[in-house]
Design a protein around this ligand. Structure first.
Ligand SMILES: *Cc1c(COP(=O)(O)O)cnc(C)c1O
Length: 382
């Protein structure tokens, strides 16, 4: 079967060479727009492409405001700062995620609180969150969610839309409202993914995108904060050294961050965004071919959840057993077709090993079985 899978993947990319998990594709005006920034000398913190990229991403996602920053991790950090996360706070998230989600929490001096994911969405489970809070938390007279034992503040909830598949947002919103948690979406992987017709990253108070080289589109390195006008304005201020606008005076009214996205990267982003609809179509078609292929096997492809349209950024399968996972990883990688296991759970990393947590059965089950498959945009038919 693995030979057949390797042959199938080679067919998709029409090559006998090494096939990476995810490589960027530059088929549009990337060269033209990037060269334009060089010709103009505006490659850095000033230039028109940043404004345009922010407007274009806001338009694409339907977010009132989009603020460009230097990477997705910085966007997550700023989102948590804007949500009022402070030293000593807890922030609920999933253990099945990329490490940046938790690192951003640590940058605030806060700590992650891990609850389980759903097997269908691979995203934070609203039922698991509600159950943990029911047993271990209360909302105090001031309307602040706190742990029962030591009264630590639980400030925010940070679900992640794994591989571009939306988490169960309606239910998460309801649980967050009930427990007074600020909802922030780690939508780093889900540009082009929709939940009930609305773009991911626009449901929470703040949403975060990434344009790292391995994401569905890239700026080289980059990220975006999605928010309403008021929070978005603050995000812009905080990520640009908190300078009060003035023709020549330097005055900064708080400790700001230099997190802005250079114009050079924004130009690449503008050109990539023009191609995003084509990328999404290519990925959906590839996902459909993967799903058809796996129908005759005992591996289960990961498909978009109900009421959702996923970007199918990264295709994945659920193996029947941990042993099958090992065999699949070995056979494909030895054949020059790159596949990867899902991340080790955050609770296994020494830095988060002592974090508070609920039961993580689904996360552990998935960790032992999920393998990601090559998912780059496929070559155009000759
Ligand atoms: C890629 C990614 C990030 C971070 O993005 P960078 O731009 O690489 O800093 C954060 N969270 C998740 C889930 C990601 O996949």
């Amino acid at each position: 079967m693995f030979d057949r899978l390797v042959g199938f993947i080679r067919e998709q990319y029409a090559t006998k060479e090494f096939i990476p998990l995810h490589a960027p594709v530059f088929r549009g005006r990337e060269r033209e727009l990037v060269l334009d920034t060089i010709d103009s000398t505006f490659v850095s913190s000033v230039g028109a492409y940043v404004d345009r990229f922010e407007r274009d991403v806001a338009g694409f996602t339907g977010s009132p405001r989009a603020v460009a920053v230097m990477n997705g991790t910085a966007a997550l950090h700023i989102a948590l700062v804007l949500a009022g996360v402070e030293r000593g706070d807890l922030v609920v998230t999933q253990s099945l995620t990329f490490v940046a989600t938790c690192n951003a929490i640590a940058y605030c001096g806060a700590e992650p609180l891990f609850v389980d994911v759903d097997r269908r969405t691979l995203g934070l489970s609203p039922a698991a969150l509600d159950a943990w809070l029911e047993e271990h938390a209360l909302v105090d007279d001031a309307g602040v969610c706190r742990t029962r034992v030591d009264h630590r503040r639980i400030r925010a909830c940070l679900p992640m839309h794994t591989f571009g598949h939306p988490a169960d947002l309606d239910a998460l919103i309801a649980v967050c409202e009930r427990w007074k948690l600020v909802l922030i979406e780690d939508a780093a992987e889900s540009l082009g993914s929709y939940y009930k017709g609305r773009h991911t990253g626009t449901f929470g108070e703040i949403g975060v995108l990434s344009f790292n080289g391995n994401k569905i589109m890239t700026t080289g390195g980059g990220g975006m904060v999605l928010a309403d006008e008021v929070v978005g304005k603050r995000a812009k201020h905080l990520t640009t050294t908190a300078k009060i606008p003035h023709p020549y005076e330097f005055f900064h009214d708080e400790v700001g961050y230099n997190y802005r996205l250079p114009n050079l990267n924004a130009a690449l982003g503008c050109a990539q965004l023009e191609q995003l609809p084509a990328f999404l179509a290519s990925k959906r078609a590839l996902a459909e071919r993967y799903i058809a292929f796996f129908a005759s096997t005992d591996l289960q492809p990961i498909v978009e959840p109900e009421h959702c349209r996923s970007n199918y950024w990264l295709n994945g399968v659920i193996c029947e057993s941990p042993a099958q996972r090992e065999a699949l990883l070995k056979a494909t990688n030895e054949a020059g077709v790159m596949t990867r296991p899902i991340w080790a759970l955050m609770t296994r990393l020494p830095l988060y090993a002592n974090a508070l947590r609920g039961p993580l059965d689904n996360a552990e089950w998935l960790e032992a079985r999920v393998v990601n498959l090559p998912s780059s945009v496929t070559p155009e038919p000759a």
